[in-house]
Design a protein around this ligand. Sequence first.
Ligand SMILES: [Zn+2]
Length: 336
Amino acid sequence: MSVFLRLFLLESSQMRILRPCTLVVFLLFAAILSAPAQNHSSGAALVTPDWCRKLPRPEYSHLQRIPVHDSWFQVYRVAPHVLAIYEPHQWEETVMYLVDGSQRALLIDTGMGIGNLRALVSELTPLPVIVVNSHTHPDHTGGNWQFNTIYNLDSDYARNNAKGSTEIRAELEPGKICGALPKDFNPATYATRPWHTARWLHDGDLIDLGGRRLQVLATPGHSPDSICLFDAQNGLLFTGDTYYPGPVYVFGPGSDPIAYQRSVERLAALAAKVRLVLGGHNVPIAPPSILPELAREYADVRAGKIPAAGTEEEITKYPGPQITFFLSASYVSYSK
Ligand SMILES: [Zn+2]
């Protein structure tokens, strides 16, 4: 990617904000401009990029941290029998969730595939684990290969991504890793490995963990296979990249700004039944009041009430009062 674009995006959030969609879009730029794969093994000289100096973010100080043996991940309790697994050493700052029922545990997303997530999960729960991907971008499916039971939204997009790819290697570029990589990680062979999807999910499906059921809400927009998972009994809404505290991305292959509007309106209508919103990056919890705000601000972007703050490399930034949106420049004047 161009340095200018990087600065434009970084300046927008004060932190790194690139997401897999940017990864896809700018893979070509990255391939051209990046240096040969840097060895990030623990023996290499370590760099501390600016984005990671203040991590974990201040919001984590209000959460109970669970001590674990692994040093790549951090684990926090966010609700009864719900843990957030945070990946602060890579600039995506992915957040995964481990939800315990009485019979099974649900792992929502598998992060970058850099750390040994399976060993960590085994330390956290004795239950058999079902993995559900909030969507199949590589920063949410990197560790899928470590697990046996994967569920995805029924879509050609997910089918294609399940074949794996090496595009995630760009996530090891200089400046994207904070500190040392795990000792047993090999950057030279890093890839999103193929996985087998055991069950294809559809809107409205229920995933029964024993004493706890989560409903699948198809919420396309960020990607065609984006879902939210709703634990109605406990008021927990897991939103993946449809919403997390940070700039929202609706651009790149497979994104759909019209579908995104329908999706966030659907989530806004659910807000009264939601106690916690749990997103896929940066910070694990947000209040339900963000859901109507998200729909309102996005509608304002579409209506031209939130002016564009600049366009670089075909991506336009719309800074709303609480949420910043990045959209493909070609959608600036799409029909209402
Ligand atoms: Zn993501």
